[in-house]
Design a protein around this ligand. Structure first.
Ligand code: UT7
Length: 311
């Protein structure tokens, strides 16, 4: 259990938008196939992790009313950093005028939930204010001739400000897992392009989401009935549906932006979260379940009691 409270949030998508119809002009695919197999209609491309993160981070800090110099730690979840080093977090730190430690965290599409759990531990350890960003630009590493992968991914960033609070805990239960034996089914070499065994990722993703969600809920001492909003990794509507079915949670409880963003990796959960918060889908005291999976194979889930900021 931890006491960090989300006090600001924001997202950013790069300007260039590619619909399925746009894609079909240079890849052997159709709008119908992509929608039916993935639930995706459009995605944004040509983003840069440092630029998207800076905009989302700046807007989240402004919403929280936090002066950049008061941020005690910057965590940037990404697997597509602009360069091998320095960390994109260092670049973002400078652009935002922060004076604190800054690290990239790579847990692929599970990165935001890994970051959230990590941030909450730092608040317990005495850091008052943390900026957590999930951002990926997978359009830079997809093979645009591979129709099995290029239709799925998009770019984006989502940021939250987490502040230590004396109130009752907000992170009630969590689960972080990695199965490195499956590292080869979804990967990208330095300087290379994404390789994916789609069927195997699909099969394992459903099981990993179910297991992570159950573990986090067990540790929180809650059941599916107690959860108001599920924020799943936005990879594929069929994966989300299958996992929700196994968990016996109705689809209506899921936050969903996949259709207009595609799979934005570490940005996908914060993009869906911010969309749901902006739509007032949770009230004070409601429980949210965030659950993701990704290359690694990593998986992560967190049960959060919503304790909104009072402005
Ligand atoms: O964050 C994690 C990221 N990864 C994922 O979430 C991926 C999980 N996997 C999936 O979402 C699905 O496996 C895919 C959407 C990638 C593929 O769906 P599928 O139902 O597993 O299709 P498939 O790979 O079995 O392919 C079926 C057919 C094949 O043609 P043939 O061999 O039956 O003639 C493919 O060549 O569909 C063909 N195909 C396409 N056709 C039109 C594959 N990609 C496309 C495409 N457009 N974009």
């Amino acid at each position: 259990m931890a006491h960090g409270r989300i006090t600001g949030w924001a997202t950013h998508l790069p300007e260039r938008r590619l619909t399925n119809h746009d894609l079909a002009e240079f890849v052997d695919t159709t709008d119908e196939w992509i929608r039916e197999r993935s639930g995706i209609a459009a995605r944004h491309v040509d983003g840069k992790v440092t630029e998207m993160s800076t905009i989302a981070g700046r807007d989240a800090l402004a919403m929280a009313g936090v002066d950049p110099t008061d941020v005690g730690l910057l965590l940037l979840a990404t697997c597509s950093s602009d360069q091998q080093f320095p960390a994109s977090a260092s670049v973002v730190q400078h652009k935002l005028g922060l004076r604190c430690g800054a690290i990239d965290m790579n847990a692929a599409c599970s990165g935001f939930v890994y970051g959230l759990v990590t941030a909450m531990q730092f608040t317990e350890g005495g850091v008052d204010t943390i900026l957590l960003i999930g951002s990926d630009a997978l359009s830079s590493v997809v093979d645009w001739t591979d129709r099995g992968t290029c239709v799925l991914f998009g770019d984006g960033a989502g940021a939250v400000v987490i502040q230590r609070s004396a109130d009752s805990p907000t992170l009630l239960g969590w689960d972080l897992m990695s199965d490195g034996s499956a590292a080869g089914i979804l990967s990208c070499e330095h300087g290379g392009k994404i390789f994916m065994n789609g069927k195997e990722v699909f099969r394992r993703a459903v099981l990993a989401m179910e297991s992570a969600a159950r573990n986090a809920m067990d540790r929180a001492g809650v059941t599916m009935d107690d959860i108001t909003l599920v924020v799943p990794h936005q990879a594929n509507i069929r994966i989300i549906d299958a996992a929700m079915k196994r968990l016996d949670i109705p689809r209506e409880k899921a936050a969903m932006v996949l259709e207009r963003t595609g799979n934005t990796s570490a940005a996908s959960i914060p993009l869906a979260l911010v969309d749901a918060l902006d739509d007032d889908r949770v009230a004070p005291g409601d429980l949210m379940l965030m659950v993701g999976f990704g290359a690694g194979m990593s998986s992560a889930a967190a049960v959060i009691r919503w304790d909104p900021p009072s402005y």
